[in-house]
Design a protein around this ligand. Structure first.
Ligand SMILES: [Zn+2]
Length: 451
């Protein structure tokens, strides 16, 4: 497999430290609010990568941290009159619920920052002890001038950055690029004891400690959104480099998601975050849009695109039902198609090509079935099953039943609409959605299907 490596600036062979094993670290959420739509792209993308690597025969150790102590968590707790612990627990649950709705395999390990504070104190102590970090009135900072090659992942000249950018700084910092390893606690804030004063770890220190502890030196792959490349990832790397430890061997970064507003296209309505999106739409439609964009290209999410993707998923489901009814769903997949799939995915994770291949197979298999050519259709249908599953698109071979009480709500909604009681119609729609179903307006009235 070949993947773009941010540090080397080109597509290179993805080589693993140990044969048959992949160690990957995905920077996880800071749990103080519901996940946004960009988090959805991130988690689906690395879920696809992991599924593909697993399908290719690798044992994948997928570590993704949970930052459960942070300024934003502390601020949210103050706003809501609750504790940082409560905020973190609440929003971590919201996070996992959204990820479950997206059909993600959970990471193999999900370390929590608060469980690693002692090791973070040890790392900071070591940096201080070696004269690589220094104490100020508000914390402990890494002296980046002592880190060989500092700025690698910034991908631009730091001197130009220093001149051009407004970099937040405190007077005691020796360089604007020096960053906080340990924040001294202000009164009333949660804190842990440390030789340099009670406080809490900086975010960059959390990830370097947890990734090295769980995956070991020279682990294979470190990933995240483009926005994490600098300073977060560079600062994780700098701490490891300062201590002479080998850090990630390969850096993978994905592009942003833009959520387009009403003016650009059909509105996304009330969708403001990932939880809304997976409630309003078939989560598989979102996965399909992610697959249809290359991970290094920005993607737009619009209501229209989500609607079109739901229709496309509907076509795949219809085919899956047809193939299953013909007894052609569980055979052995067409080898040439599997090869083409592998070629696309091995080429810097070209999911758009891999996904187009699946749709092409559906067209060919449907055409073969239309003329009763089961011999041609069988291996193609099985390839559709095999490849879509590898991409994490679970197709439905049976029309899922909609219970009577939900059908009754749909009929009530039709009656409310006929009476032009829009408020009642909207309320009924919300109840159907809350029960886990999608609502569409068809020619014969409200159509309901499982989300
Ligand atoms: Zn991180």
């Amino acid at each position: 497999m070949r993947l773009f490596d941010t540090a080397r600036g080109q597509v290179v062979p993805f080589e693993t430290r140990r044969p048959g094993k992949v160690s990957m670290y995905v920077c996880g959420p800071t749990v103080y609010a519901p996940p946004h739509i960009g988090h959805g792209r991130q988690t689906v993308l690395y879920d696809v990568l992991r599924r593909y690597l697993t399908w290719s025969g690798y044992a994948v150790d997928h570590v993704s941290n949970v930052t459960d102590i942070d300024d934003q968590i502390i601020n949210r707790a103050a706003d809501e009159g609750t504790t940082p612990d409560d905020v973190a627990r609440t929003y971590e649950q919201v996070w996992w619920d959204a990820m479950d709705a997206l059909g993600l395999d959970r990471p193999t390990q999900t370390p929590h920052a608060t469980a690693y504070v002692e090791q973070m104190v040890e790392l900071v102590s070591e940096l201080v002890g070696r004269g690589l970090a220094y104490e100020t009135s508000d914390g402990v900072y890494l002296d980046t001038s002592q880190v060989e090659g500092y700025g690698l992942l910034a991908l631009q000249d730091l001197e130009q950055m220093r001149a051009g950018a407004r970099i937040e700084t405190i007077e005691e910092k020796r360089s604007p690029f020096d960053f906080v390893l340990w924040k001294k606690a202000k009164p009333g804030e949660p804190s842990w004891p440390a030789p340099f004063g009670a406080g809490r770890p900086g975010w960059h220190t959390e990830c370097v400690v947890m990734s090295l502890d769980l995956l070991g030196e020279g682990f294979d792959l470190h990933t995240g959104g483009q926005d994490l490349r600098f300073p977060h990832h560079e600062n994780e790397r700098a701490q490891a480099v300062a201590l002479g430890r080998r850090f990630a061997n390969h850096w993978m970064h994905h592009a942003f998601v833009e959520v387009k507003g009403e003016k650009m296209s059909k509105s996304l309505g009330n969708v403001t975050n990932l939880v809304d999106l997976v409630t309003e739409y078939d989560p598989r439609a979102f996965r399909l849009l992610i697959l249809q964009s290359h991970y290094r290209s920005p993607m737009d999410i619009t209501g229209e695109a989500m609607g079109d993707a739901e229709t496309a998923i509907g076509r795949l489901d219809t085919f899956a039902r047809r193939a299953a009814a013909e007894g052609l769903w569980d055979g052995s997949p067409d080898a040439a198609s599997v090869d083409r799939f592998r070629q696309a995915m091995d080429d810097d994770l070209d999911t758009p090509a891999a996904t187009a291949l699946v749709f092409g197979l559906v067209r060919q298999a449907n055409a073969a079935l239309d003329v009763d050519d089961r011999t041609t259709a069988a291996p193609l249908a099985s390839a559709v099953r095999e490849l879509s599953t590898t991409l994490g698109l679970v197709l439905r071979t049976a029309a899922a039943a909609v219970p009577d009480e939900v059908q009754a709500l749909a009929r009530d909604r039709d009656a409310a609409r006929a009476a032009k009681d829009w408020a009642a119609a909207d309320a009924l729609r919300d109840r159907i959605v809350a029960a886990g179903y999608l609502v569409e307006d068809g020619p014969t009235g409200t159509q309901v299907r499982p989300a």
